[in-house]
Design a protein around this ligand. Sequence first.
Ligand SMILES: [Zn+2]
Length: 886
Amino acid sequence: MATSRPPTGQGISQPPHSAGKRFKGLRSVLDPSQIPSPASNFWSDQRRWQDRPYNTTTDVEIEIPLAGTDCIYEDQGNSTPRFLRMSTYAMPCTHDLAETCNIPLGFVLQPFADQPPEEQPVPLATFNDQPPPRCDHCGGYINPSVAWSASGQSWVCNLCETSNPVPSEYFSPLDFNGRRMDHNSRPELNFGTVDFAAPSKYNAPQPLPRLLPSFVPTPDSTSRRKSLSSPPDLRDPTPLRTLFVIDVSSTSVHRGLLPTFCESIRVALYGGSPNEVNTGLFNAELNPAMKVGFMTFNESLQFYELSPDQTQPGMLVISDVEEVFVPTRERIFVDPQECREIIETLLDAIPRMFAHVIAPSSALCAALQGSLASLSRTGGQVVACTASHPNFGPGILTPRSEGDLWGTPQEHKLWEPQEVVWRDLAEECAESGVGVNLWVFPDRWADLGSIGSICNTTGGDLHFHPRFQIDRDIHVLQSEIARTLRRTTAYNCSVRTRCSNGLHVSSYISLIHQPTADTLTVGTISADLAIGAKLEHVGNGINDDQRKNVHIQAAVLYTTVEGERRVRVCNIGVRPSTMAGNVFRWGDQDTGVCLMAKEAALTMSRKMLPEIREDLTQRFVDLLVGYRKNCAASTAPSQARFESPTLLRILLILPESYKLLPVFGGAILKTQALKGGPVSSDSRATSRHRILSSGVSSLMSYLYPRTVAVHDLRSSIAFPDPRTGRLSLPAPMPNSYLWMEPDGAYLMDNGFVTILWLGSSVSPQILLDLFGTDDLAALGPRISRLPVLQTQLSIQVRNLIAHEETLRGGRVAPFLVARQNMDGAELEFGNMLVEDENNDMMSYVDFLCHLHRQISDKVCFIHVGQDLRYSDRVYPQLTAAQQTWW
Ligand SMILES: [Zn+2]
């Protein structure tokens, strides 16, 4: 296996286009095969969990699987890490202890995450149109950790310890162990993640009127709340409405994108793509309850009336885009199966109808205002494709002089909407329960800082395709839209988290609309959306009684695609800790790294990038210093340190749970959002959106892509394991040219692009097996997927690509071939080799040295007045360090 053997010493030297930074000082001669490796860590964890499930109650005494490990979770009373993942499973009892440790304290919530078919789906608890039992004091929902007393007449809340009477209809006597007799038949008492059927009083309120609404209310929208003092009208939940919004400006027509949009929407709705065979995405049925509608825009807006009885759709035009309204609510949203014929007619006709449009006018903002107007009474989701920047009507955007803003205190303005109308529209969408998903195909620039804000605020996706080639990439667009339509989607959502006494959520690490201090109001929460949250102690902190767990309960009130109102509750209990050692021992590096990445991305709104990078580096140092000061002495050397004979007795002591922080931390600094060097603000905004909205598993894959040596695959790899039926995965390899060979072939996937790198002296047999030709020069950059060949290697590699696609719900990532020293894609590939010196940043080894020097400075020197001197305890080791390393 690639990871089990050290580099041969050859590797490949970095191509000249890589630009990084060197460590300032004497460079170490650290052996890269001796430092902690993410690849071998992934591999040992994958092997640990591939044959057995992780049980959330009985397996609490072992570390949870890594976020990227393909495994099965069993929910036995705690939410699984798939839905709620903590940064530590030993909660520091006090603020001071948390400060001492310096690990990020919080969690990442992905309440509607996809589950593999082998896992038990989230159960539904029903209460005959009554609210689920809740705590009178804190509002917490009944859950597996509450205590029963008074012969079953009352229950004690595990969050605030208040005793609550049991409603008569929920009463059950207790058995000898104090457990309810009906315990086994109650999902809410057995599972950490559960859905409660919500009664009608939990229906979403109509939003408050705004001073400057985005659209002109029509008489039938009088059900919007009239004022603050009037009681809120509640909306009856309805099946999810999806509005397709299509750019029909001349820019869209001339670039050939209009027929591409229409065809992609048709394929996403009804299938028919050659790619179906590969992804299996289209095996998932479109939810039959979903309703769809269509709208087009250029310098005016066009709505379409549809009905199964019509042969031709009716068009309703709004020509004044300054005063948008909905001309009719009848027959805009229809059943896509019932109206398949007329919808296909419409999608076929739209490119012809607008083929002769001359003006390149794009009233995107007005189109989104019109979308909101049509969904304002119910909520829903928008799927909008745009081929140019908004240049007509409200919210016109002009090119920003990026060069004048970079490196100035005004830099943060690049992440804020240019025009306030974009911010207001985003907030109004979120309050109205509307999520906006945007596909942007810029002609020159897009200003995602402005238009992307609507995705960030409402919980929608932002898909940016700056180099879209129709022939090569149309199947990517089709799969992205199909994924949006087929994944679990909740709408009209609000999120609230309750914690044990002494702990609270201090803030959500998110750009989602937050009208009040403790509640997020989200248009849509899809299976792919995750929300980071920071925890903070209140008062004297939490109870340090080791017999009691610390509890966190995140509740999402939402409407399903079918139009049912529900509350999804995720409960987790973790042990309290009075010792720093335990806080680190039970720390989860993946969640900690993701929280740090999300927080850094969030602070782009108020800090300059160099300052953010400096703060992040300092954060890594503080965490490692926190460990070294408080725990290192008591840690077994074999567990948490590594030595190199060339470094004499220098020790860099790393916590086992955060031993990969230097490489993952470096990877955060190398993301498009945060890296140094020239990157367009649109690319940075896209990367920022990915960091803020991704769950832990997909964000870790984005930070440290999975790379596999294709030429080194054993014959049994990448086929289903006969025992488990699941794909037998190959060992990943370190992301560095140092581990690569010029006669090799390597496959890398970061969730957003898949690159096959081919060495200049790759074996002709490998090319023949994969492409049906042995001529490297014949493979052009226009290859968009591997040909379907019945060779062993072709099947293995296609299985691996399909496996990655399955993990992201069938969404296809663009596939690029990067021939060594031939293709432009090699630059992108090289930038994803995050252990190397690139992206205006040091290599992993250099960054490790850089962190070590800063840690040493902090640990070895103690300030005595103005003088600095060595601390006695570490002096002997660190003098050696001073002499030989620095
Ligand atoms: Zn309570």
